[in-house]
Design a protein around this ligand. Structure first.
Ligand code: AMP
Length: 196
């Protein structure tokens, strides 16, 4: 099994984030889970990759050529896949992975989380998506998602299909129980709403 992790190209100020990335990498090595990620040699991404590589585990990076030129690419990965664009990178990550976990990060991480949620909403993929809510980092984002449901811009079912935990083994258990949404009806509902 391979899981794609979206996370910061920064470390965050508090050591709790670095420790969490370390812990996740250990969980992956202990459970024989391969890692797919952005391929960088910086931030929480580097922590994950280095721990897994030191245990001889599989780490696949997917990186646009432009970023490689900026010399942030990790040079010791099991495999580095070069792509042309950020869009192609996400497609490749989706193709290679059995699920997605988001750890704390910045705009790049938000972009990846948001795109994969949209992919699931449109049933382009049906793979589980989890957030590891380290140190309550995502509390406000999750509150905003609830707000979007209350205001009628996100379907409750789509919001609820996002798996959240502050503990990696619990997150994994919940992701294993993930069931793709079968409500194809929501697009029809949106069309109806727009014409009433
Ligand atoms: P950010 O959350 O803004 O630090 O961006 C991290 C996410 O965006 C990662 O999951 C990567 O896939 C991607 N990303 C952003 N910056 C880089 C970088 N310098 N090298 C590789 N990937 C990056």
């Amino acid at each position: 099994m391979r899981i794609c992790i979206f996370c910061g190209s920064s470390m965050g100020y508090d050591d709790v984030y670095r420790d969490a990335a370390h812990h996740v990498a250990r969980f992956f090595t202990d459970n024989n889970i391969g890692l797919v990620y952005g391929g960088a040699n910086v931030g929480l991404m580097k922590v994950l990759a280095d721990v897994m590589l030191s245990e001889g585990k599989e780490v696949i990076g997917v990186m646009p050529t432009k970023l490689i030129r900026r010399e942030v690419a990790h040079n010791n990965l099991t495999r580095m896949i070069n792509v042309e664009s950020m869009a192609e990178r996400k497609e490749k990550m989706v193709e290679l992975s059995d699920g997605f976990i988001t750890l704390p990060g910045g705009f790049g991480t938000f972009d990846e989380l948001s795109e994969i949620l949209t992919f699931n909403q449109l049933r382009i993929t049906d793979k589980p998506i989890g957030i590891l809510n380290v140190n309550g980092y995502f509390d406000k984002l999750l509150q905003f998602f609830d707000h979007a449901v209350t205001e009628g811009f996100v379907r409750k079912e789509h919001r609820n299909n996002l798996v959240v935990s502050d503990n990696i083994s619990d997150l994994f258990l919940k992701m294993n129980e993930y069931k793709p949404l079968t409500i194809g009806k929501w697009i029809k509902d949106i069309v109806k709403e727009s014409h009433s």
